[in-house]
Design a protein around this ligand. Sequence first.
Ligand code: URA
Length: 268
Amino acid sequence: MPDIRAAEAALAFWAEAGVDTAYADEPIDRLAEGAERLKAKVQPAPRPLKAAAAGVRAAPDYAAALAEAKARAAEAQDLEALAAAIAAFDGCPLKFEGAKQAVFSRGETDAPLVIIGEGPGGDEDAQGAPFVGRAGQLLDRMIAAAGLTGRVFITNTVFWRPPGNRTPTPAEQAVCQPFLERAIQLVDPKMLLLVGGASAKSVLGREEGILSMRGRWFEWTGEASALTLPALPTLHPAFLLRQPAAKKKAWQDLLMLTERLDRPVRPE
Ligand code: URA
């Protein structure tokens, strides 16, 4: 006889943890997946390359999906067309794992700063815009404190909510990368702010943790456009909500960024 109350308690526990969507018919043994990952760590894997070229284990149709993403992104002549192209794109598996809608961007379309987060969460999925939940509200307060209100374009490395708010996989990020790069190209900012480790690693194609990357300038180079921009990784506001003592570091990063953003360009 199944214990209904135990099942209800387990469901309430998972809902509280953000796991509120069932997206597969069969159960998935995440513990077994963890063991696989551990094995992969023990046997040195080849160093992952930049997102789109990453040596990630690919779904059989991954190459086709990436080619389609590149073609659709290149066709988009403005951000509105790009948003429509993303919404129509079926090549990212996240679209079919419980997401309600595509979440692309908010902010100024000619902003000097593009902020790139990890991926939409529950609030973003419901409202269709990035960084609108608690972490987003903190991000907005940080942007305001740094005098950047009205000067940012905000987006993510993936455009559909990963189930249970898990970190997007490198393959999911890679297949969305052509759209992200096209967005950067269309906004044409002076620099990028990479929010959190999953964003910094994917955008820069690096493996260091965010605590070692934050507060250091990197050079981002586009794959299709050969565009080059300074990029600054910083801590994710969701992390800052859990670790308020780290806000000081994020503030230092923002000061570093505004100093460079507003530095007068010296005439040749
Ligand atoms: N966290 C992110 O990285 N992006 C969002 O849009 C919301 C939360």
